[in-house]
Design a protein around this ligand. Structure first.
Ligand code: C5P
Length: 221
């Protein structure tokens, strides 16, 4: 059983996914972390990373080299990503990763590689999966699909506060990523068919959770 939560940057997906997973005893699949991981390792290992993005065979070879060194734990508290035994957290939030991640994530070959790992990790699990294309592409069979939105300024304020970063910088990055994510050819950010849309601008995470639980109850779950 899978509940998907999609939406633009900083709309509250991860926070709500974690609250919901705790309530239901489900695991949290944070799909954005996989694109951040791909981007982080690509930037670290390839000076000419942009050139690699147009070469599917080299991208595949890169990912094949990386995979044996990765360990992913899909847990109730979130998704933990380890590379060569080291937990990656702040690395995935580096400004250079935030700048490049949407450019990397719009490449079809990258999405194929990430999606096959996501599907493998999701087998036989009860999941809350959050991202941009969880309900539309990766888990179209999901039991419940949620799409979160929020005022752009409020989203930037939330992230700037959470990460202690300057509002202007965060706002600019969110705008750029949303534009690339929603206009790309492959799996653009979109409201999945049948999704419940929740505007979180003036709602607390607990209030959003209540709406989601109500929707689950409506479906007899
Ligand atoms: O959710 P998060 O902000 O961590 O995602 C980082 C980036 O990864 C997004 O801006 C988007 O470019 C990409 N992403 C994606 N598809 C997903 C999840 C994230 O393209 N399902």
């Amino acid at each position: 059983m899978i509940v998907t939560i999609d939406g633009p940057a900083s709309s509250g997906k991860t926070t709500v996914a974690k609250l919901l997973a705790k309530e239901l005893g489900f695991l949290v699949l944070e799909s954005g972390k996989f694109y951040r991981l791909f981007t982080y390792l690509l930037l670290k290992s390839e000076k000419e990373w942009r050139a690699l993005l147009t070469d599917e065979e080299r991208l595949k070879a890169f990912w094949k080299r990386i995979l044996p060194e990765l360990k992913i734990k899909v847990k109730k508290e979130g998704t933990a990503v380890y590379f060569r035994g080291e937990l990656l957290e702040k690395e995935l939030r580096l400004p250079e990763v935030e700048e490049a991640v949407s450019i990397v994530a719009k490449v079809e070959a990258v999405r194929k590689l990430v999606n096959s790992l996501l599907r493998e990790l999701s087998k036989d699990k009860k999941l809350v999966a959050e991202g941009r294309d969880m309900g539309s592409v990766v888990f179209p069979e999901a039991t419940l699909k949620i799409f979160l939105t929020a005022d752009e300024k409020v989203r930037a304020e939330r992230r700037a506060k959470d990460e202690g970063r300057p509002f202007e910088k965060v706002a600019e990055n969110i705008k750029k990523r949303d534009k690339i994510d929603s206009t790309r050819k492959t799996a653009p950010l979109t409201i999945p068919e049948g999704a419940i849309v929740i505007d979180t601008t003036s709602l607390s995470p607990e209030e959003v959770l209540k709406v989601v639980i109500k929707e689950l109850h409506k479906r007899g779950l």
